[in-house]
Design a protein around this ligand. Structure first.
Ligand SMILES: N[C@@H](CCC(=O)N[C@@H](CS)C(=O)NCC(=O)O)C(=O)O
Length: 129
């Protein structure tokens, strides 16, 4: 089982690397505004978890600079997740609000919808790099 999981994980990472999505391109000033907001967001994740890969691909597609925290290999991040969010489950997005409140969001689809709504590229030129 461990071997099967390791092989699947390696395949997921390989195909994710081969088919890395392109990021949307924004004006530097617009990207800087978004970067200032995403400084207060972190993704707690496992490198080869398919749900985490899906979220990381959405982050890349949307040109977001969001820190990823590897819960598998870093006990400090694991502890932060369990203490803050109440359970060991990934992906989980930690969002620090303007007023300092912290929200922990589970479910890959919910995380992707949140990021796409908040940082919608609707006003951005549809070009890619
Ligand atoms: N429906 C969830 C599924 C998330 C999920 O099953 N995550 C697994 C890793 S792939 C997990 O955290 N399992 C608990 C554990 O590994 O301790 C999503 O879409 O985010």
């Amino acid at each position: 089982m461990v071997v099967v999981r390791a092989i699947l994980g390696a395949l997921i990472l390989f195909f994710n690397w081969v088919f890395t999505p392109k990021s949307i391109k924004r004006e530097a000033s617009e990207q800087a505004l978004i970067d200032a907001q995403t400084k207060k967001i972190e993704l707690y994740q496992y490198p080869a978890c398919p749900f985490c890969v899906k979220v990381r691909r959405a982050i890349k597609r949307n040109g977001l600079n969001i820190e990823t925290r590897d819960v598998k290999r870093n006990d400090k991040f694991k502890e932060e997740l369990v203490k803050g969010a109440g359970q060991l489950k990934v992906p989980c997005l930690r969002i620090e609000e303007e007023n300092g409140d912290v929200r922990w969001m589970f479910e890959s689809n919910d995380i992707i919808s949140y990021l796409e709504q908040r940082f919608s590229p609707a006003d951005t030129e549809a070009s890619t790099v």
